[in-house]
Ligand binder design. Structure first.
Ligand code: NAD
Length: 366
């Protein structure tokens, strides 16, 4: 996945940028009455309808919003392809301040735009959105996923995401240490959020030595009360710990020039999106440093897998079962990376592209 956009790229005309990323369709949505300004990007629908969340963010410019939606939608294509889902990649961004600018009318208007795509794009919750907005969108279109359980949806995806990260981490351990047993392994987790908490639970159960950090002390204290055996650390100290596995579950771009000088781990496996600050540069750098990097979009797919089951009649057990496949896929990607001498992110990208190409050549287009 591309996760960097240069200044020159963001000045390019829209169609040139779509060509660069190979996007199918970009819909610019404007409504003067409600103040809605949104962009919906459909990257690829070879495998199925483009599913991806809507993000509301006060982007500094339209160019920045467009960069984000193009990059994120492409990421969704890769994530769903690798997870073996019959879904394409899409994403939407609404330009605005989520704290002050939300209205029922704005989100219903946005729902109409989603509906105008006739199912080619299915939206879901992302940064800056809440159930209230999803309910308003749902009034205008049925093409909404990831709803709360009380609304007939699949509910909070975080525990399933955590389980997928755990399965991917075990595959990385198997490749790096010859065993996927995590008991006694020292694992640092950055982020005591929804996914971080779920991961702590799974790792403590297996007997791993967990180090946890967050910028919010109350979140740390709550998890420590549940799992007294874990060790709490300061946010900046997480990069200097002597651990086997570093698990970024908070922010993107934490694998960068600075942290790579400090990290002592031999595996990186976490939930955060876009962990490599510059995919090409730091994907190669981790490999050269002898660190096995489990690509984020490969091992954090539990959430989208969970969400995809809404379309087939939601079944939590089946979602968890399918999430376990991340283990085998990760082993396959790590082997391809070693055999070909290429970074793991590249091996994962190639596997995602291969599935799409083979379906496209078989005429299996959505
Ligand atoms: P969350 O918001 O519940 O938790 C994130 C936590 O990170 C918060 O507790 C926050 O205080 C902490 N944090 C922020 N900056 C930090 C810093 N500098 N150092 C340490 N901690 C910091 O989010 P989540 O749902 O647990 O998701 C975690 C990550 O995984 C996010 O990057 C998210 O995009 C990604 N992800 C989540 C899912 C899912 O199903 N929830 C799916 C795929 C990817």
């Amino acid at each position: 996945m591309l996760n960097t956009t240069t200044k020159a790229q963001s000045a390019e005309p829209v169609l040139a940028r779509m060509e660069n990323y190979d996007h199918e369709q970009v819909l610019f949505c404007h409504d003067r009455t409600t103040g809605l300004k949104a962009i919906i990007a459909i990257h690829d629908t070879t495998l199925g309808p483009a599913l991806g969340g809507t993000r509301m963010w006060p982007y500094a410019s339209e160019a920045e919003a467009l960069s984000d939606v193009l990059r994120l939608s492409r990421g969704m294509t890769y994530k769903s392809s690798l997870a073996g889902l019959d879904l394409g990649g899409g994403k939407a961004v609404i330009i605005g301040d989520a704290r002050t600018q939300k209205t029922e009318a704005m989100f219903r208007r946005f729902g109409r735009f989603v509906d105008s795509l006739n199912g080619r794009y299915i939206t879901a919750e992302d940064v800056g959105m809440s159930t209230t907005e999803m309910v308003n969108i749902l009034k205008e279109t049925k093409n909404v996923a990831g709803l709360p359980e009380e609304m007939g949806g699949s509910g909070d995806p975080s525990p399933v995401t955590a389980y997928g990260v755990y399965c991917g981490m075990k595959a990385a351990a198997k490749t790096a240490y010859g065993t996927d047993d995590l008991s006694g392994r020292k694992v640092s987790i950055q982020g005591a959020g929804n996914v971080g908490r779920g991961l702590v639970e799974l790792l403590v159960k297996e007997g791993a030595k967990v180090f946890l950090t967050d910028i919010h002390d109350d979140k740390l204290a709550a998890i420590k009360a549940e799992f007294p055996a874990i060790t709490l650390v300061q946010p900046e100290a997480v990069y200097d710990l002597d651990v086997d596995i570093y698990s970024p579950c908070a922010l993107g771009a934490t694998v960068n020039d600075d942290t790579l000088k400090r990290l002592k781990c031999s595996v990186i496996a976490g939930a955060a999106n876009n962990q490599l600050a510059d995919e090409a540069v730091h994907g190669k750098a981790v490999m050269e440093k002898g660190i096995l990097y489990a690509p984020d979009f490969l091992i954090n797919a539990g959430g989208i897998i969970n969400c995809s089951w809404e379309r087939r009649g939601y079944n939590r057990k089946a979602a968890l079962r399918q999430t376990e496949d991340i283990h085998q896929t990760a082993l396959r990607i790590f082997k391809a990376s070693a055999d070909l001498g290429i970074p793991t992110y590249l091996a994962a990208n190639q596997a995602a592209e291969d599935r799409i190409t083979s379906m496209r050549s078989a005429g299996m287009r959505f």
